[in-house]
Design a protein. Sequence first.
Length: 259
Amino acid sequence: FKKFFEIKVFPLKNIQNYLIIMHDVTERKMADQMREDFVANFSHEVRTPLTILNGQMQALKLNLEKKPEFSAEFKPTFEKIDNNSRRLINLFNDLLRLTSVEKKKDLEREEVSLEMLAETLADEIAHNYPNKKIHFSFDFKVPTVMVDYNLFEQVMINLIDNAIKYSKNEGEVKISSSSQENSTMIEISDNGVGIPEDQHHRIFERFFRVDASRSSEIEGTGLGLSIVKHIIQKHDGKIKVASRPGGGTVFTISLPASK
Ligand code: ADP
């Protein structure tokens, strides 16, 4: 039976003593763990049959497409089934990603080339948006970072995907790194739709989506940035946003330089 404590240490003025406050947080930790386990198990259980259903639906569609009456009669219905099952699969995939980050204890850090990672991902992700013309530019003054490859790749995927997704039909996406005091700064910027100032503090919350994205055609789960924030925090880093509607968005990650 494990117990968890939060310990706060306060140096006392004038005398060489410390005030130490220990707070028993076992109950909260246990509740968090139960929630994480439940969400992970549930997502896993739902994703499997959902993926099978989706596969069956695709097979049925392929068969029906051969029939001349397909377009008029079945196409709109299949498009709806297709969109909605994709949304559900994306949702459960994101939930599984979020819980696996929450549960992850030890990072497996390695030296990762920012240039290789960012350029490969930008190219791959841009292919998912065939109707958008995005111009990428890269400038890596700090070439590598010591990070957990799989987790950090997820950060870059989510931020680059958002940069393209929330761009207009033509857009500029810049990815760069630089050194500042004891930190490595990594910036992902776009010149897309932007985010109203009063929503900046909420975008990293689970399921939060800015109204405009919610009501528009832009698909999303609202989990991408909370996954990003969790991963960056696991690396003892920080992430912040600078953005205004119509003026594009800049996400800046800072990671301790030595790590
Ligand atoms: P989503 O799945 O909705 O993209 P995220 O957690 O990745 O979820 O982002 C939360 C919200 O923040 C989005 O719904 C969108 O409104 C806003 N957002 C994130 N990235 C950008 C960006 N690069 N440009 C404009 N808005 C963004």
